[in-house]
Every structure is written in C-alpha cells, then in structure tokens.
Design a protein around this ligand. Structure first.
Ligand SMILES: Cc1ncc(COP(=O)(O)O)c(C=O)c1O
Length: 442
C-alpha cells in the first residue's frame, strides 16, 4: 500500500473545512501527506511545488530540522507551563529576540496563538491604552476597505472584505474605514510600489474631521494588503498615515501577519517602508507556520502606561491559556535562528528583481488584466468570467495543482508568496505553469 493510500481518511464529512468550498473539495479532495523544503507530496504520491508558503507562513520552507528538533525536545522537556502568574525561560528569550529584530521603539511583546488573536489583542491594547492615559473618549477604530485582519469580531469589524462581514450582524460599533489603495485604471502592471494614490491617505483627515480626533483610538492597516489580493501602497502613503496619526494622538497599528518575517525582503514591512507603528501585529512566519503563535509588539510608551498602581495587581486583563506556550516559543526561537543562519529575512530583496521579471512576463497571457509585486509576494489579476466571479481563478488553481504547483486565489486574483528559500528554477516553474494553465481555463 502506498504511503498516501494509508493516510486517506475514509470519511470526509465530519470536518467542516475553513474558507473552503467544502462540497467541491470532498468530491475531489486535494490532500497533502508529506512536505520537505519547497515541496509537498500529495496522497497519491505527486510532488507539488509550494508557491504560497502554505498559507503565507512557511517562510523557511517545510520540515526544517532546527525547528522540528526544537519542537520535539521542548515537548519532552517542558510541555506546558501556566501562562498566567507563572513563566518559563523560552517565552522571555523569544520576546527578547523579537524585540531585537523589530524596528527601534517596539520594545515589548504580547504572545497569542494566531493572527486573528493578535489583531484582537492589538485593538484591545489600543483602547485600554487610551483609557489608561485619560483619553477614554477615544473608542473608535479605523480600518481600511479590503483589509483583512482575521476572522474574530474586532478583526472583521475593522476589516474590509464584505464576504467576511455580511453574515455576522452589526459587528463592533464605532468603526470607520479608509478607502483601499487599489487603482487599476492608473496603476495596472506596476512593478513594486505603484505611482498613484498617495492622496488617499488624506482620507484619514476627512474621517478625523467627521468624528473628531478625541473619539478615535487607533488606525489599523496592513502595510501591503495581502489576503484581499496583494494591494501595494504608493510611495509616501504609510508615512502620511503616520503623520496624521501623530498630529491627532491616534495610535497606528500595522498588521504584519503577512508582511512580517521577511516577505518583503526586510524583517518587517515597517522596515521596508521606513515607518514605525505604535503596535505591530504578527503571527504566521513567527514559527514558520509549524506551531500556532502570534506576537504583538508595542512601544514602551504604551507598555509603561499600564505599569502603574499596586504591584500585586494584574495590569492588563487579557491573555490566552497558550500565550507564550513552551513548544511554540521553542519553535519561534528555532525559526528565528533558521532565518538568521540562512539570511532569509533579506533574501526577498535579492530575489525580488528576478521574481518581478518572471511575474511580469505574464502580461499579455490570456485573461491577465494586472500583475503586481513587492519583495517575494505577487499577484496576477484575471478578468472575471461575466456573471461568474472567482470561477476562472479557482479553475486555474485546481489546474495548477494538478500540474504540480500550489498557487492561491482570492476572488479572481492569483496570489503568490513562495517560501523564502525559493530558487530561480522554482520561480520559473511557478510562472510557466500559470502561463500554461491560463491558456487552458475558460
Ligand atoms: C494581515 C492578516 N491579519 C490577520 C490574519 C489572520 O491570521 P490567522 O488566520 O492566523 O488568524 C491574516 C491571515 O491571513 C492576515 O493576512
């Protein structure tokens, strides 16, 4: 019996899969059973090149020895320690290493178990901080259209993807949204940062004028909006948001769940754009996607505002059973070590130009209406089939998988984010496969 056949469960019904077309999947399942470096192996024994780092998270490639060994030995040594009122050394060590890696000024870390939890944590820190400094009227949160901040209530409230919001009632009150920065009529086929749209940052001034600064706690944006289909801001846009926030006492939160840990060719998006937020939300690449973990960075100004009152009292009523879990912390430390030993956090800068050239060679391929890229993230936008949005891209995804390449689609956009260990021949294979597939889809 093949390894794959042994691993196929006999009933797919019970597992209600996340963000998946369940009925389509269960009719013709796509199962991975093994992974190594840049490749998955399917249940029927085929190799599939990973063009998406799993779900934008396996930045160092799959089943890397330092990480798998660290997890195994930590599980055997200290499996769990209570997260509240107790500690263990590795969580502190990881927080220190993270602070060393982060932009100057982000000096403290709260641990979570996912990007969604990191977002909730960041929003709660922002609200509680404003209250702690006597600005309790600042309760509004500002997100951005087409933003993705996970799936919890705070995250979908500040998020701007309608399908993720419309089924879930009125969400958080007191939320407003900036416009997104996607201007295809002006910016299609831009390489790196697109030229047009910096003026869209001024919309924040309009929102401040509408609500008054005294009611606004924080603005949250992804430096590059990922899940919605890779929307790259024009030069100066994030700097302008920073200036407007500073002028009005509003905190700036960067959601770096995708842009963090090397995706843009710098450790964080904040480094790429030269803009430091007050709070930085991360997850995914923190542990190479292997063990669920998130980290929320804050400035000392924010942290210190809570460190008042009697010392035996809890300063911030928030946290998770698994915050800083020993095995996740060990995975995080080994991941950072792997990034460091192999120079992965800046590899995107070296390979970026090759990736860009390869991606833009798809201009003129059937159905392609835009190609955009930054660091090792890229998008190929397809003309939707009239009356059947998402169908063309989804069928490209299935065909690419059958031809041995994992891509990701969102709407009619193909998004690429290979592991940072990707080589030029892998980039060629990804792009050649997409070209072939685009010639085959309706
Ligand atoms: C920018 C951003 N924030 C938050 C999340 C949510 O992360 P998770 O799925 O780990 O909850 C994601 C996931 O893709 C993301 O891209």
């Amino acid at each position: 019996m093949s390894q794959g056949a042994q691993s196929i469960p006999n009933d797919l019904n019970a597992f209600w899969m996340p963000f998946t077309a369940n009925r389509q999947f269960k009719k013709s399942p796509r199962m991975f059973v093994v992974a190594k470096d840049m490749h998955y192996t399917t249940a029927d024994g085929r190799e599939v090149l990973d063009g998406t780092a799993g779900l934008w998270c396996v930045n160092a490639g799959h089943c890397r020895p330092l990480i798998t060994e660290a997890i195994a030995s930590q599980a055997a040594e200290l499996d769990y320690a209570p997260a509240f009122q107790m500690g263990h050394p590795k969580a502190f060590e990881l927080a220190n290493r993270l602070v060393d890696l982060a932009p100057d000024g982000l000096d403290h870390v709260l641990f979570t178990n996912s990007g969604s939890e990191s977002v909730e944590t960041a929003l709660k820190v922002a609200l509680a901080y404003q209250k702690a400094i006597g600005q309790g009227s600042r309760t509004r949160l500002i997100g951005r259209e087409r933003g993705y901040h996970g799936v919890n209530f705070g995250g979908i409230s500040v998020g701007g993807i309608v399908a993720n919001r419309k089924m879930f009632g009125t969400l958080l009150t007191g939320v407003d949204h900036l416009p997104h920065t996607h201007l295809p009529a002006k910016n299609a086929f831009s390489r790196g940062e697109p030229q047009h749209g910096v003026e869209l940052a001024e919309e924040l001034e309009r929102i401040v004028t509408l609500h008054d600064a005294s009611t606004i706690a924080a603005v949250i944006v992804e430096p590059v909006a990922g899940s919605t289909g890779v929307l790259i801001p024009p030069p100066g846009y994030l700097k302008r948001l920073r200036e407007i926030c500073d002028r009005h006492g509003i905190l700036l939160i960067f959601d770096e769940v995708i842009t963090g840990y090397g995706r843009l060719g710098t450790p964080f998006g904040a480094d790429y754009f030269g803009v430091t937020p007050d709070i930085m939300v991360t997850a995914k690449g923190l542990t190479n996607g292997v063990i669920p973990m998130g980290a929320v960075f804050t400035s000392s100004k924010i942290h210190d505002a809570f460190m008042t009152g009697p010392e035996h009292l809890i300063e911030f009523f928030h946290g998770y059973t698994y915050s800083g879990n020993p095995i996740a912390s060990a995975a995080g430390l080994a991941t950072l070590e792997t990034y460091k030993q192999e120079g992965l956090l800046t590899r995107g800068a070296e390979l970026g130009p090759y990736f860009e050239e390869a991606l833009h060679s798809l201009k003129g391929a059937p159905h392609v209406i835009d190609v955009r890229n930054i660091g090792l993230v890229g998008a190929i936008e397809l003309e939707p089939i009239a009356g059947e949005p998402t169908k063309r891209a989804f069928s490209a995804f299935v065909k690419a998988f059958e031809k041995g390449v994992l891509i990701r689609t969102t709407g009619d956009i193909i998004a690429l984010s290979p592991p940072l260990i990707v080589e030029k021949q892998h980039i060629d294979q990804i792009v050649d496969t997409i070209r072939t597939v685009l010639g085959e889809v309706d």
